[in-house]
Design a protein around this ligand. Structure first.
Ligand SMILES: [Fe+2]
Length: 200
């Protein structure tokens, strides 16, 4: 992967704190920037996981839940069209649109090894934890005749230990992300299975 470090650690402007966009506006951006339906689904899944986590675990109000969802929804928005500049392009677009700096920092820190930005708050840590795991679990669902139905966390944990399965998913990133939060892997997998299966 030819992803470059971002080379900076502050994003957006605090003057724009609280400035979000609607889900419709975010979806419009995705439709423009991301022709690949599978990648769009991935972002919608991570968006839904972020939103649900914020509400269920962080007691988030509507505005905060939207903030978490937007970060998930937009985190890979530039991946398809600008693979060599992944993250930088969407970050600059959100800065141009004067979006809340926490949303931008969250996106910038979703892969610390690649972008060189450390996850700081819970929103940052959860996008990092959900990103690879969500894709991995969806890959596992696609090869099951019944998809998500009857899927359990144990079978996913076993597949994570099988390097040949979904080999492109970096297990070290999952381990590193999990080391930064208090939720055990099995519990997080159960949450992902439960909440991303209905996302379309
Ligand atoms: Fe992603």
């Amino acid at each position: 992967m030819s992803i470059h470090q971002l080379g900076r650690s502050t994003f957006g402007d605090v003057i724009n704190s609280g400035n979000l966009m609607t889900i419709e506006e975010a979806n419009e951006l995705l439709n423009d920037w991301v022709p690949n339906e599978r990648l769009r689904l991935h972002m919608k899944q991570v968006g839904a996981l972020m939103r649900t986590w914020a509400i269920e675990k962080e007691n988030a109000d509507d505005h905060t839940a939207l903030k978490w969802e937007l970060a998930g929804l937009l985190h890979d928005a530039d991946w398809e069209k600008y693979p060599n500049d992944h993250c930088r392009v969407i970050i600059e677009e959100l800065e141009r649109r004067q979006i809340d700096p926490e949303v931008i920092h969250c996106i910038a820190s979703h892969g610390p090894r690649y972008f060189g930005v450390e996850p700081l708050n819970n929103m940052d840590k959860m996008i990092y934890a959900f990103d690879e795991l969500s894709g991995f679990i969806h890959a596992a669902a696609l090869i099951r005749p019944t998809r998500y139905e009857g899927m359990d966390a144990k079978s996913i944990m076993k597949k994570l230990k099988t390097p040949s399965f979904a080999a492109q998913v970096n297990r070290d990133d999952i381990t590193d992300a999990l080391s930064r939060i208090d939720t055990p892997l099995e519990e997080l997998i159960t949450f992902v299975i439960k909440h991303q299966q209905s996302v379309q």
